[in-house]
Design a protein. Structure first.
Length: 427
């Protein structure tokens, strides 16, 4: 076998050309094979007609037209290989010219010399161009990767552990979460929705809290108590304002009303007997929260939110979200919104605050339109309707977890931060 290019060889025993890219074999006559062989091995740049006649028709006397015909057919067989040119040199003979840079895009990977030639036997410009193309492809792949999406999502958030809030007669520090460099971060933006001078929380020594905003919504997630490491889960308060005008929420009345609303009916929490003693084949991590949306002179809206994560590995699994929207007088029949999909968990931090972000790929969504819709609930139905149509990928951020509770930021009515009850359930 005699190499012509990194991918094309001449088999002088079988009198054929072997194309290692397509696997094709091109048959040659004895004369064509011998003439091409002499052109390849000649030490002279130009082979005379006499030299080629002697190689192609040994021990025979033939007319020069035989060589002319042989060259013509050989050119036709070499025509698909543009880098191989069989040229006529006037009054001297013939010359085989092989381009130093092959235009072929795929080589025989089992041919080490071919691979080496393809990589190293190219100009500096081609090498630089190849490197640039590879870098562009690598950057494009990284930009479109899930990891980059996660980094982009987290980069939109910042955190400050020391914002001071006064709630129910108590003053304490809350962890602040801010999205997209939102402005107006004075504690007043959260406190203004509560009526001043009430002391409904003075029976407690303090509270833990998260305050969050995306520039439109202002959320407070409050756990009464002084233990910084964990929350008891008793008396959780989740309030999100969706209107800039102060809601004038009377907190003692609110606490009584919210308790009545939660006892009246709960759509999204199933209480299993603790004494069953039965271990299921799957472990469900279940999170449940009641979030309230006070607006001045409107009925109080409650979102009963339930999330379930069922892991099938350390960081992937099934995701279920169920949300039910009602108002304080039951004038709005329940608005039910359900999401089902798969999740991938990433662990990171937001300005030093530990955060787990869950990328959820939506597989199924269900939005049950209510029979009756009060004016107070219209904005919430419209938001859920928009998400039902658009969302195919959602991001949920967990910024606190203990054995009884967790704090999540979820994409609902913008961004809503709430303190959740947490249970591990065998199913």
């Amino acid at each position: 076998m005699l190499k012509i290019t990194p991918y094309l060889e001449l088999d002088t025993e079988a009198n054929q050309l072997v194309d290692h890219v397509s696997g094709k074999k091109v048959s040659l006559t004895f004369s064509e094979s011998a003439v091409l062989h002499r052109l390849l091995l000649s030490s002279n740049p130009v082979c005379s007609k006499e030299e080629l006649l002697s190689a192609g028709w040994p021990d025979r006397v033939v007319a020069v037209t035989s060589l002319t015909q042989c060259i013509s057919t050989l050119r036709k067989k070499l025509d698909p290989y543009r880098e191989v040119q069989l040229k006529t040199v006037a009054r001297r003979g013939y010359q085989l010219h092989i381009a130093s840079q092959s235009h072929v895009k795929m080589l025989a990977v089992n041919d080490a010399e071919s691979m080496k030639a393809a990589i190293f036997d190219v100009s500096l410009l081609v090498k630089i161009s190849g490197i640039v193309v590879l870098l562009i492809l690598a950057l494009s792949a990284w930009y479109c990767s899930d990891y980059h999406k996660i980094k982009q999502n987290l980069a939109r958030w910042s955190a400050d552990p020391q914002v001071e809030l006064q709630i129910g007669g108590l003053r304490g520090n809350a962890k602040l979460l801010v999205k997209d460099d939102a402005q107006h971060l004075h504690p007043f933006m959260w406190e203004k929705h509560l009526q001043p001078d009430n002391s409904f929380m003075t029976c407690h020594k303090g509270f833990n809290a998260f305050a969050a905003t995306d520039g439109s919504n202002y959320s407070m997630a409050i756990c009464p108590g002084t233990d910084d490491e964990q929350c008891s889960g008793n008396g959780l308060i989740n309030i999100t304002s969706v209107d800039s005008e102060p809601a004038n929420l009377n907190m003692p009345e609110f606490m009584e009303l919210s308790s009545a609303m939660e006892q009246r009916i709960r759509y999204n929490r199933v209480m299993l007997p603790e004494s069953t003693g039965v271990k299921g084949s799957l472990l469900e991590h279940n999170y449940q929260a009641d979030v309230y949306f006070p607006v001045k002179d409107e009925l109080l809206i409650r979102a009963d939110i339930n999330m379930s994560l069922i892991f099938d590995s350390e960081d992937t699994g099934e995701f279920h979200l169920s949300t039910c929207i009602t108002d304080e007088d039951c004038l709005t029949t329940p608005i039910k919104y359900k999401v089902r999909g798969t999740f991938k968990q990433y662990s990171s931090s937001i300005d030093g605050l530990k955060a787990d972000i869950f990328q959820v790929r939506v597989q199924q969504k269900d939005l049950i339109k209510p029979d009756k819709l009060n004016d107070s609930a219209v904005r919430f139905y419209r938001d859920l309707r928009k998400r039902d149509i658009k969302d195919r990928e959602m991001y949920f951020i967990r910024v606190h977890q203990d054995h009884k509770t967790a704090v999540w930021v979820i994409p609902l009515f913008g961004q809503v931060t709430a303190w959740y009850h947490y249970e591990r359930i065998d199913i």
